[in-house]
Design a binder for this molecule. Structure first.
Ligand code: FAD
Length: 440
């Protein structure tokens, strides 16, 4: 065993997994968790890996993104996945847990491990040296946030996300939507997919949007005046007046509909979201609508009737760094070798994505300590694709992302039908994962 310990800040989903991966490689982990002495506004207990939202880890089916990620985590001997399976409750095709038993299992496993030292204290700054994994999550407190900001640059640490929905490009109806840039040539070379709304469609859309149900904000979000600053949810904007959207994010100016040669009443624009051009985000559509409502209302937009949503919009308190700018593909800070980030701080969304990034950060922390090359998984695997996105996305417009098949490079052949296509993605991911992971 190496005498040097790796410090892990935060024993949430990512930090608990990172500490486990470090210890199972024979290296000591110092796991620093501030609860129960200091609680976050969302956590209630002192248990590690406390789930503050849903008790579900998503679909367990092999041809779903969550199912594929579970398979990869299983191959990597994930503590969180094992604890989830050991405390599972019936949930159809999903992996859902008894949240208390789940958190207790994780806490007990780590507490019993001889190589894990548990420190119950608030980390107020990043350790000055040594190998460190920072996994203090979406509610990282002010003191540690200031220290992270000092290490990463003030401008590259964010406290809120305002996510616009993302759809798969192939699910947009190109008989209705057309490709063009504002005032650019509508000849197929434009950067945006444009969905036109006529008067009746626009009015119906505004009515539906303003009547749709929204997600209740948490108290600490409601009371934070900075929350909506400069970034209004689309439904709030729509409620300000019938024309507000047409003069704002749905402005048709400079967008001649090739079928009429005229500007429509309004245009919803979709911007390419990944280099492979498989994902498109709805520009200016940050929203707090409930998820079912979002799908229903957004499918009223011509061209999006059969849209497949790979991410729905949301706005909430969330601390994350500009990972594409700051992190290497091994989740290490470019400017400080030995300092790794995992979990929601990297911009990973969703429980399993947070576990996967925590796992990789832990594995790579050990590799850094031992002077070995860092591990990056192929971008054709689900965990590899997520880390690839986080470290290669457009840094100017970076927002958190959940694991989804749209992040994977396109298949070499076109496969019709979503289920068959997903099964092909999953089978390629497993093959590539197995060949790459032979060394782990
Ligand atoms: C506001 C909010 C937003 C969320 N957004 C999402 C979302 O977008 N998608 C999603 O799937 N889930 C979300 N969740 C749910 C969930 O928090 C995350 O998915 C998941 O828990 C993140 O894992 P993590 O390990 O990064 O952070 P956490 O599970 O929150 O773990 C971080 C841990 O670090 C500890 N900690 C924090 N600061 C310090 C410190 N200074 N010193 C010592 N310990 C510290 C915390 O107590 C906690 O135990 C959200 C929860 C909240 C409260």
């Amino acid at each position: 065993m190496s005498p040097e310990k790796i410090t892990v800040l935060g024993a949430g989903l990512a930090g608990a997994e990172a500490a486990w991966q470090i210890a199972r490689r024979g290296v000591g982990a110092r796991l620093v968790e501030m609860r129960p002495l200091t609680l976050t506004p969302a956590h209630r207990t002192g248990n590690f890996a406390e789930l503050v939202c849903s008790n579900s880890f998503g679909s367990a089916l092999p041809d779903r993104a969550a199912g594929q990620l579970q398979w990869e985590l299983e191959q990597l001997d994930s503590l969180i996945l094992a604890a989830a399976r050991a405390t599972a409750v019936p949930a159809g095709g999903a992996l859902a847990v008894d949240r208390e038993q789940f958190a207790l299992t994780v806490t007990e496993k780590l507490s019993a491990h001889p190589l894990v030292e548990i420190v119950r204290a608030e980390a107020r700054e990043l350790p000055a040296g040594g190998v460190v994994v920072v996994a203090s999550g979406p509610l990282t407190g002010a003191a540690l946030s200031a220290s992270i900001a000092a290490a990463t640059g003030e401008r590259h640490l964010y406290f809120y996300d305002a996510l616009a929905p993302i759809v798969s490009g192939e699910s947009v109806d190109l008989d209705l939507a057309w490709r063009a840039s504002r005032y650019g040539a509508a000849d197929g070379d434009g950067d945006y997919l444009n969905c036109p709304l006529n008067d009746a469609e626009y009015n119906a859309f505004v009515d539906a949007l303003t009547a749709a149900e929204t997600i209740e904000l948490r108290d600490f979000e409601k009371n934070d005046a900075r929350f909506f600053e400069g970034c209004l949810p689309i439904e709030v904007l729509a409620a300000r007046g019938r024309d507000a959207l047409a003069f704002g994010p749905l402005s048709p100016k400079g967008l001649d509909d090739p079928r009429t040669g005229r500007w429509p009443r309004a245009v919803a624009q979709l911007r390419q979201d990944n280099a492979a051009a498989t994902l498109y985000n709805l520009v200016g559509f940050q929203t707090n609508l409930k998820w079912g409502e979002q799908e229903r209302v957004l499918r009223m937009i011509p061209g999006l009737q059969r849209a497949e949503f790979v991410r729905l919009g949301q706005m909430h308190r969330n601390t994350f760094i500009n990972a594409p700018l700051l992190l290497t593909p091994g989740l290490e800070l470019k400017t400080r070798p030995g300092l790794f980030f995992g979990g929601q701080l990297t911009g990973a969304e969703g429980y399993l994505g947070n576990v996967a990034t925590g796992l990789l950060a832990g594995v790579n922390a050990v590799r850094r300590l031992r002077g070995e090359p860092l591990l990056t998984l192929p971008a054709t695997t689900m965990s590899g694709a997520l880390c690839h996105y986080l470290t290669h996305a457009d840094s100017a417009a970076f927002q958190p992302m959940k694991a989804n098949f749209g992040l994977l490079p396109p298949l070499p052949v076109t496969i019709r039908g979503k289920r068959a296509r997903y099964a092909a993605y999953a089978s390629r991911a497993r093959e590539d994962f197995e060949s790459a992971n032979g060394h782990e």
